[in-house]
Design a protein around this ligand. Structure first.
Ligand SMILES: Cc1cc2nc3c(=O)[nH]c(=O)nc-3n(C[C@H](O)[C@H](O)[C@H](O)COP(=O)(O)OP(=O)(O)OC[C@H]3O[C@@H](n4cnc5c(N)ncnc54)[C@H](O)[C@@H]3O)c2cc1C
Length: 419
């Protein structure tokens, strides 16, 4: 049944949005590709996220003031940030390193790197999702960052100034001007920053459509196939050892999202990432449904509308790899939406969901060759922007694997920054 497995050219481990994007551009570079996933393709973090293609999100989470704000937020029961008390040295060290990154020089460095990958992804999505392309309910309506208080809205002005040189500054809207743009908002919200150039899509549809297109193009996709470890020799990976036997290949791409950490550790290598658990509730569209995705800023909740439905999503919980649903955090999503939207909830609820974001402490993804193993490339650590940055990641991975000139500077994403 698996006679062809010995001859794999490139084996991609992980069928999330990142793994599929890598497979896409590797196939476009005429490589023969197999994708394996321990479950179903697209069932990880890439399934129930908010679907923003948020190309103006240049500023990393680890910005000056982030720790103070986070600690203050932790004191609220409904805080969008939750850090489970722990003696786990990995998590403690991650948090300390995150705090250490909240510096102006890192923000400048991260903005440059994020600008490149975000801009490239935006262009690539236009091609991928254009007429005759992937189907994902893609719409370019912008994103509104909505505020209940004037002080919070003014807090974003400094961020907006950083976006200006990149041509990504948002427009401030308040009162009638805001309600004209988005009539689903409550009259008592203070205002919003409107990022007109951003877009959104329905991630589950994107993944389903991308999977089909890849299979049509000759990519082999194998589900329920779990990587257990790598078999290595003389500085290269020879085979992926899975629950279905061994898969030899010329090149390997590790794109297993948050789960990349334990897999990488089996090679004796460290990947300082933590799973950042998020929640979402998918519903039918409410009677008064937003037309534009709204980031309900003080509560860090996103309301995303699609022609086929509506989703509330958010929360960042550092509590390990459990994907158990916490009813209190789900309730916090709908309560938050009620503070900003006239009709915050649609009926019936279609799905309640959690997913694990692969979070690096410097809020930059990890894209590049693994140290010590010349035929293993990593594509993970995309944090809150994996859907947005998938196309440029896939293209860069294909360039690295094929030793072609990179279309963006790969250095800021290199694994070696952690060594
Ligand atoms: C609530 C929430 C909202 C979000 N909103 C947005 C948004 O609006 N815009 C945006 O850009 N991003 C958003 N994100 C982030 C985005 O979802 C992630 O960055 C992205 O999905 C990560 O993709 P991935 O392919 O790396 O990981 P995943 O989608 O998790 O895929 C990894 C895959 O690897 C497989 N795997 C794991 N271990 C193994 C193994 N041993 N063997 C084989 N396969 C394995 C898993 O089964 C999984 O399918 C959000 C995330 C959350 C949680």
């Amino acid at each position: 049944m698996h006679n062809d497995r010995k001859s794999d050219d490139v084996l991609v481990i992980g069928g999330g949005v990142i793994g599929l994007a890598c497979a896409h551009y590797l196939r476009q570079a005429r490589r023969a590709v197999r994708v394996i996933d321990q479950g179903t393709v697209g069932a990880g973090a890439s399934h129930g996220n908010c679907g923003l293609v948020f190309t103006s999100d240049l500023v990393p989470l680890c910005a000056p003031g982030a720790v103070r704000q986070g600690i203050l937020g932790l004191l609220r029961r409904t805080s969008p940030l939750f850090i489970k008390p722990t003696l786990d040295m990995g998590r403690i060290s991650w948090l300390l390193r995150f705090a250490g990154m909240c510096r102006v020089d890192h923000v400048r460095h991260a903005i440059r790197a994020r600008a490149a990958i975000l801009k490239s992804s935006g262009h690539l999505y236009e091609a991928l999702l254009g007429p005759g392309g992937l189907e994902a309910e893609y719409e370019k309506r912008g994103v509104l960052l909505v505020y209940r208080s004037e002080a919070a809205m003014q807090g974003y002005a400094a961020v907006n100034d950083l976006l200006r040189p990149h041509g990504l500054a948002a427009e401030a809207l308040a009162g009638k001007a805001l309600l004209d743009v988005e009539p689903a908002l409550r009259e008592d919200v203070y205002g919003a920053w409107y990022h007109r150039g951003d877009s959104h899509l329905r991630p589950d549809k994107l993944l389903a459509s991308w999977k089909q297109a890849l299979v049509r193009s000759g990519v082999v996709i194998e589900e329920d196939c779990r990587l257990e470890r790598f078999r290595c020799a003389a500085g290269c990976v020879e085979a992926a050892v899975t629950n279905r036997g061994e898969y030899a290949a010329r090149d390997f791409v590790l794109a297993a999202g948050a789960w990349s950490v334990p897999l990488f550790a089996r090679l004796g290598l460290k990947l300082p990432m933590q799973p950042g658990k998020g929640y979402s509730i998918t519903m039918e569209r409410p009677a008064v449904c937003p037309q534009i995705p709204c980031y309900l800023y003080e509560r860090r909740v996103v309301a995303t509308p699609w022609p086929s439905g509506y989703r509330l999503g958010g929360t960042m919980e550092f509590s390990g790899f459990s994907t158990a649903l916490n009813p209190r955090r789900l309730a916090a999503l709908t309560a938050a939406a009620g503070e900003y939207l006239t009709d915050p909830v649609g009926h019936p609820v279609v799905e309640e969901w959690t997913g694990l974001r692969p979070m690096t402490y410097d809020d930059l993804p990890v894209i590049g060759r693994a140290p010590r193993f010349r035929n293993l490339t990593l594509a993970t650590g995309h944090g809150m922007l994996g859907v947005t940055t998938a196309p440029a990641t896939g293209k860069l991975v294909a360039e690295i694997v094929c030793s072609a000139p990179p279309h963006i500077d790969p250095e800021p994403f290199s694994v070696s920054r952690f060594q």
